[in-house]
Each structure stands twice: as structure tokens, then as C-alpha cells.
Design a protein around this ligand. Structure first.
Ligand code: ADP
Length: 380
């Protein structure tokens, strides 16, 4: 037990990454007066306005991570593409790193991730890992995924023919069975230092067909109570298998035959949990901080149904950002606009999000859909 609660500067938390996720973590824990600094390569990232310190440096660079860590008692991440070698070194010297670097490494590589599910008997689609592009792939169609990173923004493709296949780069990859997806479900789970695991209610996700970004998230998911319970159980079992401390965002496929498969997980706060800020007693961001500081995990019960939509930069414009059409939105009841403070817009760049809470989830969905159309983000 804590003899001294980690508030009011007693514990300093450093976040690798100063994007919108870091910004929302800090926003949610400011009322506890928790001291938070961020490390980010850009001079004025979204979290800079809220952080106690914003250090310019690259979280992918070994020396930058080691130097940043000196001033902090606990380090965490808002992006998984960080230098885990530096984090392992710091951890071996006794620094608290949550999520642990060995857990982050499972989820940074899709091949390692798939093998992890397989070894731990966690249901996932059939797959084969390859060190490079195989000469003769098995029968079409299938899903091809680059093991790491996105190559020219195309890290995942459905391959229907030899012609599609020939377009792919020669990089380490996973070849997966094409799943007959009925719905995509998200469950955000937290595990604290003491090993307590608490999940948020499952959400359902709808995707943008071209940008491959989450377009609309709503809660509760439109599935039976039995499937809700199974989704939560499956997500918690992944968190327990990893032993993670912090947030694990679990994405599930529900197949047309009603089977649940783990698609992928992120060891950090996630887009599928943004609506928890307004919709649940505790948000995913506050819960993350509770988990890594070994505080009791908060109640994740939903106060009202909710829907969340990302607001993306317009497809045809790049440059200094301007916004049009916010007035009507600001008059709507239960509607919350979040702007991340990015000064430059680009096609499909995540510039903010809109959450609507309403006792009727259909009304919340419709409201978010309408305002996503009328609210425009474009270059000046
Ligand atoms: P990313 O890392 O880009 O988020 P995902 O693995 O989540 O990649 O895949 C992106 C989307 O592609 C999924 O949300 C889903 O719609 C589709 N997808 C991924 N894997 C499969 C699969 N095995 N079968 C069918 N669709 C898939």
C-alpha cells in the first residue's frame, strides 16, 4: 500500500509520445495534480499545452529515451513504436516502466503477436508468418499484413489475385485467413501493478473503407449479453496472459457464425475507448494512470450509451488548419467536441473526435454521423 499517494508531484510520470493520447491522459489526471512530462520529436505536440514539461526528442532513439527517463519515477507510452531496448535497460536498473517493454514487444510485431495468441490458446484467425514475401502464396483470397510499420501507409491488404499479390513489398509478413466478419468489437482492459483486471463495456467499431480508420465507435455493442460476457472474458484473458500493467485495447472479430477471434491488441490507450471520457464513471485515460501507479481501478460502468466519431482532415486539402460548421454542434445536448490542437491538417489526419451520449444509442450514432458531415476540417 502507498504510504504517500502519488499526487501533487510526489511521483513524476513521463510519457513517451506527446500526441492526442498523451494529451487526454494528462487532461484526465490533472485534477489529481499528477506531475506529467512528455517526450516528443515535434516542438509543439498536442500534449504540450497540458504537460508539466515537454521534452523535444525521439522516443525511437535509445539515447533520447535514456536521457528523458532521468527525471521521472514511472515511464509510460502513448505509442508502441518506442525504443524498447532503452526501456529494457532502464527496467533492469529498477525504473518502473508500464507497460513493460517485453509486453510492448509482443504487440509491435504482428508475427510475434500471432504466435503469442497461438501459444496461449487465445482464439485468433489461422495464419502463417514469413520472413519475406513467399514465392507461391496459398489460395486466394487472404489477408496480408506487414509484420511491422505501415509500408506507404499500406500495412494491411486483402489479396484476391496473383496481380494483387505482385504489388506487395518483400518484407516480413503474416498471411491470414480472410475472416467472414459480422462485427468488430473492442474491449479496453486495464491491469494494475497488483494484478487486478477490469474491463470497459464492449464497444462496436465501424471502419472507413478507404482510410482504414475507425469511423464510428458505439457503446453498448449491438450483441447479446452472452457475447458481451464472452468478449470481456476473452479480452481479460489476453491481459492476464501478457501480465501487462496499464491499458490493453483488444480488437475482436465476431464471425458470421458467432465465434469471437482476437484480431489485434494495442498496449496503450486507444481510439475505441475515447467515448469513456463522457460515457463511463472512469475514463480509459484515468484508468491507465490508476493502473500504472498501483491505485485501485475505477468503476467502468457506462452512465449512458454513447457514440464517438473521429474528425479527420478533408481528403483534398493540406496546410494550416481551419474549421467550419461548429456552431450547430455546440448547441446539441450531450455532444462533446475534442480538438487535438494539431496546427496542420492533411487528408484523413485524425484532428479530433466527437462523442455524443444519449439514452438511445441510435440517437447518439445518428447525431455523431450528422455532425461529422457538417463539421469540416480543411486548410485555410
Ligand atoms: P491495423 O494494424 O492497420 O489496424 P488490423 O489488423 O486491425 O490492422 O486490420 C485492419 C482491418 O482490416 C480490420 O479492422 C478488419 O476490418 C480488416 N481485417 C484484418 N484482418 C482480417 C482478416 N483476417 N479477415 C478479414 N478482415 C480483416
Amino acid at each position: 500500500m502507498h504510504t504517500n499517494i502519488p499526487f501533487s508531484g510526489n511521483v513524476k510520470v513521463g510519457i513517451l509520445g506527446g500526441g492526442q493520447l498523451g494529451k487526454m491522459i494528462i487532461d484526465e489526471v490533472m485534477r489529481y495534480d499528477i506531475h506529467v512530462g512528455v517526450l516528443d520529436p515535434s516542438s509543439n505536440p498536442p500534449a504540450a499545452a497540458y504537460a508539466h514539461e515537454c521534452v523535444k526528442g525521439d522516443f525511437r532513439n535509445y539515447d533520447d529515451v535514456i536521457a528523458f527517463a532521468k527525471d521521472y519515477d514511472v515511464l509510460t507510452i502513448e505509442i508502441e513504436d518506442v525504443n524498447t531496448e532503452a526501456l529494457r535497460k532502464l527496467q533492469s536498473e529498477g525504473k518502473k516502466i508500464f507497460p513493460q517493454p517485453e509486453v510492448v514487444d509482443i504487440f509491435r510485431d504482428k508475427c510475434v503477436q500471432k504466435d503469442f495468441y497461438n501459444k496461449n490458446n487465445i482464439a485468433t484467425s489461422a495464419y502463417q508468418n514469413h520472413d519475406g514475401k513467399p514465392e507461391s502464396p496459398r489460395g486466394f483470397p487472404f489477408v496480408w499484413k506487414a509484420a511491422t510499420g505501415g509500408y506507404d501507409g499500406k500495412g494491411v491488404s486483402v489479396i484476391k489475385s496473383r496481380a494483387d499479390y505482385d504489388q506487395l513489398p518483400d518484407v516480413p509478413c503474416v498471411i491470414e485467413q480472410l475472416v467472414d466478419i459480422d462485427r468488430e468489437i473492442g474491449v479496453v482492459v486495464h491491469r494494475n501493478v497488483s494484478g487486478k483486471v477490469v474491463a470497459f463495456p464492449p464497444v462496436e467499431m465501424e471502419f472507413h473503407p478507404e482510410a482504414n480508420l475507425v469511423e464510428l465507435v458505439f457503446m453498448p455493442a449491438n450483441i447479446s449479453q452472452a457475447l458481451m460476457d464472452q468478449s470481456v472474458e476473452l479480452a481479460c484473458s489476453v491481459a492476464r496472459a501478457t501480465g501487462i500493467v496499464g491499458t490493453l485495447a483488444v480488437e475482436l472479430f465476431m464471425t458470421k457464425s458467432g465465434e469471437l477471434l482476437v484480431n489485434e491488441c494495442a498496449p496503450r490507450v486507444h481510439n475505441s475507448g475515447h467515448l469513456s471520457i463522457e460515457a463511463c464513471f472512469t475514463s480509459q485515460f484515468e484508468q491507465h494512470m490508476r493502473a500504472i501507479l498501483d491505485l485501485p481501478l475505477g468503476d467502468t460502468t457506462a452512465i449512458l450509451p454513447a457514440a464517438m466519431g473521429n474528425v479527420l482532415g478533408d481528403a483534398g486539402s493540406s496546410g494550416a488548419v481551419a474549421y467550419t460548421g461548429a456552431e450547430d454542434m455546440l448547441q446539441a445536448s450531450g455532444l462533446y467536441l475534442h480538438l487535438y490542437g494539431k496546427t496542420e491538417t492533411r487528408p484523413y489526419r485524425k484532428m479530433g473526435h466527437i462523442t455524443c451520449i444519449n439514452k438511445d444509442v441510435e440517437v447518439a450514432r445518428e447525431t455523431v454521423r450528422n455532425f461529422r458531415k457538417s463539421f469540416k476540417i480543411h486548410a485555410k
